[in-house]
Each structure stands twice: as structure tokens, then as C-alpha cells.
Design a protein around this ligand. Sequence first.
Ligand code: PEP
Ligand code: MN
Length: 264
Amino acid sequence: LVSRKKKAEDTVITVKGVEFGGSSPILIAGPCSVESYEQVRAVAQNHVQRGLRTLRGGAYKPRTSPYDFQGLGEEGLQILKRIGDEFNLVTISEIVTPGDLEMASKYIDVIQIGARNMQNFELLKAAGRVNKPILLKRGLAATIEEFIYAAEYILSEGNTQVMLCERGIRTYEKATRNTLDISAVPLLKQETHLPVFVDVTHSTGRRDLLLPCAKAGIAVGSDGIMVEVHPDPDVALSDAKQQLNIPQFNEFVDELIASGLYKG
Ligand code: PEP
Ligand code: MN
């Protein structure tokens, strides 16, 4: 069902007037974790000033250590709902449990399935039965074929609103957090009709590489870029090292516009 051979034209997913997979690339930006109303609001306010429409923020955080911040859960989704309504933004947040999908659908506009759950088949099947767009991220060490099959699981249950996100894969290279597989973008665009995004934050894990990798992602045909922005990254409860602060984020957006690859 995901194959270009079955459907030649691109899938475009429209949410609150924002086109995912439409004619121009978009930015999906926001903090790694939802920490408070004020924290998310500061990012959202800047989004509005910059004409950005899509806000991410994690409420259920899949952390390596059980002792790290695990997210605000439903309260985090309620914060996203409040801010999404207040600023007319499309909200995206990761859900990790099949049983939470229906509850989450009341609060957020797009459900993210994270890298660690790309092959959580019960979650994929349940996501196939909700009436919400799904952003599916590539697994930590998943092949393209496994990634495509994971998307197929969702479509096979009836939900056709699926988008893909390359977020780097684990390799022997330690200079970056993961290795951004840039060739995955044109490959996924050729093989499937789904929108494809590039997450520059979790792939590189390095602030100094966000801009060049975002340019590369758009240049090879992605439908947009995911990037993390936090009002005060130094005190962030997750991914403190690689989130941009708001002035840095604005510079990132300006540079992308100046490159001609992104229209703003
Ligand atoms: C995220 O986007 O918040 C996240 C945890 O990313 P990934 O699943 O790609 O690691
Ligand atoms: Mn993060």
C-alpha cells in the first residue's frame, strides 16, 4: 500500500491548513520534551512571529536510563492542546503505548511513533486504526526495507495518513550521535508515495551540523526538517546538548531561507 507502484501521486496530508508532503518543505520544530506551559508557549510565540505552523514536543519520552526525565505524560499533551488552540499550531507528540492512542487523539494533531518503537507491531497496528496522521521515525538500526514494512503495518489497518522521518541510524561512527542516512530520503521518495522528513537534531546530535544537514535534507527532496528548539537548552530536561535556543533557531531559519531551499 505504501508503494509508488500502487499509487503514483504523492500523498499530501493536510492538517489545520498545513500541508505535509505539499509543494514546499516545512519545518517541524519544538522542544525535545514538554516541560511546562510557559516553556512551550515561549517556543510557540516565536513560531507565530516566524510564520511557522508546526510544533513538536515530547510528553512520553523513551529515555535510555529509567532515572532520566520520562515526560509529563497526559499533562504534557494537555499543554500542547492548549497551546495548539491558542496559536493555531499543528501539534506533534510521540505516543509509546497502544492504549494511549485514543486519549492522545483528543489532544494532539499528529502522533509520532519514535525510533525505539518502529517495530512495535501492536503499536503500529493500533496506529493504523486511529483517525490521526502518524509520523513514523526510522528505527535505531532499521534497514530501509524494515522501515517501509513498518509503515505498511499502519496502512494495512486502514490509516493512509502516514509520513516517514529519517533520524539517523547507528553505525561505528562516533563523531555524530547517529549517522544521517541522506540517501534514505530519495530512496523513500522513489519507493513510497509518503511524505519524508529529516530530523537533524537526533541524527547529528550536534548544533554545528544542524544547518548543513537541513540544507542537504531539503536538497535531496525531503518534505521538511525536524529540529529541536528550547527557550533555555542548558536547563532542558532532555537533549540539553543539541537543542537550539530561540535566537539560534531564528538564525537557522534565516539561513535556510537565504539558501533558497526553504521558502519560510
Ligand atoms: C523525538 O523525536 O523526540 C525522539 C525521541 O526521536 P527518536 O525517536 O528519533 O530518537
Ligand atoms: Mn530530543
